[in-house]
Design a protein around this ligand. Structure first.
Ligand code: 6LW
Length: 550
């Protein structure tokens, strides 16, 4: 047994809202953690903590177009499962980005992994341009051995020449690399872990004492997900011995946390070990059914003890939402987030879908407003629309914005969105409606997600010149409402009773897996403007956006 964990409690998940595939390091007193960013830009969020329980977004590793180009990915494409490491004064993020991953059994479309590095993790602009490896794969991990050799392990299809290998067999392969160039220095990557489930991924290698440990996520990221460990006395090429108590964790279909796995370990300053890993928290509707989590896969924390030099996660117990028995205390703060667009830059935590090709917004054109110049792509297009998104992190919350938008064409719209992907989103926006009997009028249009069975609903706005407060109340469903205001000082939108309800979207609709791709992400709330395949020639000015707990 290692040192004892501090007997206090905390609540999981430690990072809510979609944050899958966490990877963690400690540098002195500071913990840093990255998660998957998929089709969103900037890529690879970086979180910081000093207690492992409260985390703050401090930046992103991929903020420039020279670092990340994703243009028409499937939902869930983009950047997968980055590993964060610190070596010799430098932070490294190693990852891969899929444009299309659906034909994932075809090596010809698999991405090349890459790394970026910086010596100042606090400055997102300081990350280098990518250095690409020359083996395809995903879920890349870098390990520096004591002799300076650098090992790249990653998931790839079991080589087709392996007799009996199934097309779908994802297995861990390893090679040595020249870090300067990214070139492999091993003739052929060696297979080091293969799972009877047919899926072994999310590899991380660490060294503790005389042992090398290989952690792997097995069984796929859904209900079969689990975490496994192997160890070797010789080195990353093996031979590897599988642990006696695998899987290290596996929750079932009736647990309040499910699909747990994809772990990365860290040792704190007191010598306690911890693992971060992904899990989902579906909602038990108590009628024999579960509602899929609107948050997708989130980041959880569990204790790690060492028994006979094998790791034991969470005391061998199932992982739950309730506090684990051993950890630090977490203050329950009432998180209220707001961007009033008064700063020279957008706040951290806004995401674009895909890499934007050009600047389509301004924070200075109308001071105190986010001005969007709607581009030609609608929210249903696979390309990059003029769309700014925030992750939903609380189930019961209210999202609100105030919009000035005076369109003079019928084919432009600006408003607010509850977003899962380009197939599944619900919006309320302002549009113009021509009339043969009189002057044109502005309307509010509620557009439910395609295939939800709900209808488009339109309501006339009374004034051509009013601002409109747009609100989405989130909880067991998403409830959309609006209110006109002529008062430019009407800033605190607390006149709840005056809001006019226009439509609802059920959580079940929002969390349906997309027709292509997998459901890797969670719900986001956002602001948008578009012209229908032409630019919108009228800007849309958003006065603020905020999320309040309710
Ligand atoms: C992740 C991989 C996985 O890279 O999902 O199903 C990918 N497995 O480990 C995206 O999170």
């Amino acid at each position: 047994m290692g040192p004892h964990h501090v007997a206090k409690s905390y609540t999981n998940p430690i990072i809510s809202g979609f944050n899958a595939d966490p990877s963690i390091i400690r540098v002195n007193r500071d913990f840093f953690l990255v998660t998957s960013s998929f089709e969103y830009f900037p890529g690879v969020p970086i979180y910081h903590s000093t207690d492992l329980v409260s985390w703050k977004l401090i930046g992103h590793a991929l903020t420039r177009t020279s670092q990340l180009q994703i243009h028409t990915p499937e939902p869930g494409g983009g950047v997968w499962a980055a590993t964060l490491r610190f070596h010799d004064g430098f932070f490294y993020v190693v990852a891969a980005s899929f444009e299309h991953y659906r034909p994932q059994n075809d090596d010809r479309v698999w991405p090349l992994g890459f790394y970026v590095k910086t010596n100042n993790i606090w400055d997102s602009t300081s990350w280098s341009d990518p250095v690409y490896f020359d083996e395809v794969g995903f879920d890349q991990d870098l390990f520096w051995d004591d002799d300076g050799t650098v090992y790249l392990s990653q998931t790839r299809r079991k080589q087709h020449r392996t007799p009996g290998a199934q097309l779908k067999d994802f297995a861990i392969h390893i090679c040595t690399v020249d870090l300067e160039t990214g070139a492999s220095t091993t003739l052929e990557p060696r297979l080091i872990r293969d799972s009877s489930s047919g899926v072994s991924e999310g590899s991380h290698i660490i060294k503790r004492g005389k042992y090398y440990y290989l952690f792997t996520a097995e069984g796929g990221t859904e209900s079969g997900h689990s975490e496994w460990v192997s160890r070797s006395e010789e080195g990353p090429f093996g031979p590897w011995v599988t642990g006696p108590d695998n899987p290290l964790c596996h929750n079932g279909a009736n647990d309040d946390v499910q699909n747990v796995g994809h772990a990365d370990l860290v040792e704190d300053l007191d010598g306690n070990w911890w693992a971060v890993l992904l899990g989902v928290r579906p909602v038990n509707k108590n009628d024999g059914t579960w509602e899929l989590s609107v948050f997708g896969r989130e980041t959880f924390l569990v204790s790690v003890d060492w028994v006979d030099d094998w790791p034991v996660l969470n005391n061998g117990q199932k992982i739950s939402l309730q506090s684990s028995s051993q950890a630090y205390w977490q203050e329950q703060s009432s998180v209220i987030w707001e961007d009033d667009f008064s700063k020279p830059n957008l706040q951290l935590g806004w995401y674009r879908k895909n890499t934007p090709r050009k600047q389509d917004f301004s924070l200075t054109a109308r001071p105190g407003y986010l001005r969007l110049f709607g581009g030609p792509y609608t929210l249903r297009d696979p390309s990059c629309p003029t769309l700014f998104l925030q992750k939903q992190t609380e189930r019961f919350c209210t999202w609100e914005t105030r919009l000035s938008f005076f369109p003079f064409s019928e084919s432009t719209e600006a408003g607010t969105v509850v977003w899962m992907d380009y197939f599944t989103h619900g919006t309320i926006g302002i549009r113009l409606q021509e009339s043969i009997t009189g002057p044109p009028q502005r309307i509010i249009r509620f557009s439910p997600p395609a295939g939800s069975g709900a209808e488009i609903i339109e309501r006339r706005l009374e004034s051509l010149r009013s601002d409109v407060i747009l609100q989405v109340v989130c909880g067991d469903r998403y409830q959309f409402s609006f209110r006109e205001t002529m008062d430019s000082n009407d800033l605190q939108e607390s006149h709840v009773e005056k809001m006019v309800w226009i439509g609802d979207v059920a959580n079940d609709v929002m969390t349906r897996p997309p027709p292509i791709g997998a459901q890797f992400t969670g719900v986001m709330l956002g602001l948008y403007a578009f012209g229908e395949h032409h630019p919108s020639h009228t800007p849309a000015d958003f006065h603020h956006a905020n999320i309040t707990k309710r």
